[in-house]
Design a protein around this ligand. Structure first.
Ligand code: 3EB
Length: 329
């Protein structure tokens, strides 16, 4: 049996397509990036997210468990799991919700929350949210704010309180569909906030009627080592967007990532000296033409060995030009 030799519940890394074996019983997830969303109930551990690569090739993310997975598709949710970790996703057709992102988000979260709780993995560790046209307005809100409203309502009903919010990403894709996927565990992780930023849950009202429900990072101590799951991180200090040019925004993001790694404590900072030491970085770039400059600046700051991929995506505020998420796993 092809067991993960590291014997951790989960490892996550980029793996070049040619080195991804066609089958692996321990594969919890394989996530690709491309022009369309793809999610097949018959192969629930594989997803493609509609985030076009800006620097080819973008290798898939391979999530490898330490024991064989069980996978399936139930109640509209695709999943794979071991005894210790649960990966799951939902892909909704917005036409089924009259293209109302508020309704679609509420429905997606209702389903996902019921699913992971009902299957004995009550703690969300990390969640990714992807849908197109983030900044399009409908009834006085943009679609990201409408998404926050629907998500908030579903979380409130469970209830899932501020102290239990997972780390998250919310990014605009280039193809139709609301795609949400998550990692959940049996025991909770530890929320990490960024001392340079106001908690997103306490952003002032002007950013939207309901606050974005996520923590800045989750620290998860597994038996043999700790993982750090860092949310999408932007050029925000306090609650305000700083800088109007993409490279200064990038510098500010790197300071925010450093602050998060420090806040995570010795479990992480003993192994991760700087953001370039994380297992992977996803760099979301708003304007494709900024890619070369962003890549050059990131490599100059973090080294050209930093495991970064560059993806085309819209960011939650119109004035944000770049965002980075990271994992130590
Ligand atoms: C920010 O810091 C930037 O709504 O789930 C980053 C990560 C952002 C996650 C979310 C939003 C979310 O406010 C936007």
């Amino acid at each position: 049996m092809a067991q993960n030799p590291l014997s951790r519940p989960l490892t996550i890394r980029f793996q070049h397509e040619a080195q991804v074996p066609p089958q692996d019983p321990c594969r919890l997830a394989l996530i690709r990036f491309g022009r369309e969303n793809r999610a097949d109930p018959a192969r629930p551990m594989e997803l493609t997210v509609a985030l076009p690569p800006l620097v080819e090739p973008v290798p898939p993310e391979l999530w490898l468990a330490d024991e064989p997975v069980a996978a399936g598709f139930e109640d509209g949710v695709g999943y794979s799991r071991t005894d210790k970790v649960l990966f799951g996703w939902i892909l909704l057709n917005e036409a089924d919700f009259n293209h109302d992102m508020n309704q679609a988000a509420e429905h997606a979260y209702d389903r996902l929350l019921a699913f992971h709780r009902g299957r004995g993995f009550p703690h969300l560790l990390r969640i990714w949210n992807y849908f197109p046209n983030l900044h399009q307005e409908a009834e006085g809100l943009d679609r990201y704010q409408a998404f926050c409203l629907g998500r908030h309502r579903a979380l409130e009903r469970v209830p899932l309180t501020e102290g239990e919010l997972p780390a998250a990403t919310a990014i605009g894709t280039t193809a139709p569909g609301l795609l949400v996927y998550f990692l959940a565990g049996r025991e909770p992780g530890v929320q990490i906030e960024n001392p340079r930023q106001v908690s997103a849950f306490h952003y002032p009202r002007r950013y939207g009627p309901k606050s974005p429900s996520f923590s800045r990072a989750t620290l998860k101590r597994w038996p043999d080592r700790a993982h750090l799951y860092i949310s999408g991180t932007a050029s925000i200090v306090g609650h305000e967007t700083l800088h109007t040019d993409v490279l200064t925004q990038l510098d500010e993001i790197i300071e925010n990532l450093r602050a998060l790694i420090r806040s995570a404590g010795e479990d992480i900072s003993n192994r991760v000296g700087d953001p370039g030491d994380l297992s992977m970085l996803k760099v979301y770039v708003r304007h494709a033409e900024d890619t070369a400059a962003v890549k050059a600046r990131l490599e100059a700051t973090l080294g050209d060995q930093a495991p970064a991929v560059y993806l085309r995506g819209d960011i939650c505020r119109d004035d944000l030009l770049v965002e980075i998420e990271g994992l130590y796993a």
